[in-house]
Design a protein around this ligand. Sequence first.
Ligand code: PEP
Length: 245
Amino acid sequence: MRKPIMAGNWKMYKTPTEAEDFVKALAPQVKDVQDKVILLCAPATALQKLSEAAVGTNIFIGGENLFWEDEGAFTGEISAPMLKAVGCSYVIIGHSERRQYFGETDETVNKKLKAAIKHNLNAIVCVGETLVQREANETFKVIEKQIKDGLSGLATRDWGLVTIAYEPVWAIGTGKTASPEQAQDVHAHIRKLLPKEIGNDVRILYGGSVKPENVKELMAKPDIDGGLVGGAALKVESFVKLIKY
Ligand code: PEP
């Protein structure tokens, strides 16, 4: 059984104090939720406060990015051991905004993924096509390359730490959501690309304008195992609705 994950990706929003207030308001409202993993991925500056506020709750904390070396002269970067030291058990890798604005490639995604796995950090690896690629009927081809190169060289045991997020770039932050059928088609295709022995165990999240109004029909699809949510995860009220869809 794949336990669904409802993950917030806060992007570049929230100070440490705002993050702490969020968890204090969220925790009592979701304390009885056992059928989903609740995850908040936050800016690095908020992680320490966020983890402290989440102690004793069922809320997991994650980073939004990491660098593949453990330490060194890499100004501005944060490593897997550093994320773990502030209480993270997850990290997002290869979000489309990182690919678009910070030059991330499938090769850097792969290095980051291996660094996360080496340190026993759960990784949420993002894949997804642009509108131009979808309209040129290249969605499957694009996803196949991202999966093949970004997730290459893993041992069977490593896959236990891997979650994939399908996030069509045209649906992120735009208010446009892939239809449940469009998303399911891609999720099923991704699952077929995974090694046979683990394919049914790997969670595949959908991301792209998930909100309380559309979460239920998306999550009803057999290969959609949760959501990676930006905008609707910034407010406690809507995030609670997503968790309790
Ligand atoms: C995201 O940040 O990964 C995302 C999907 O954002 P939004 O939900 O705002 O589209």
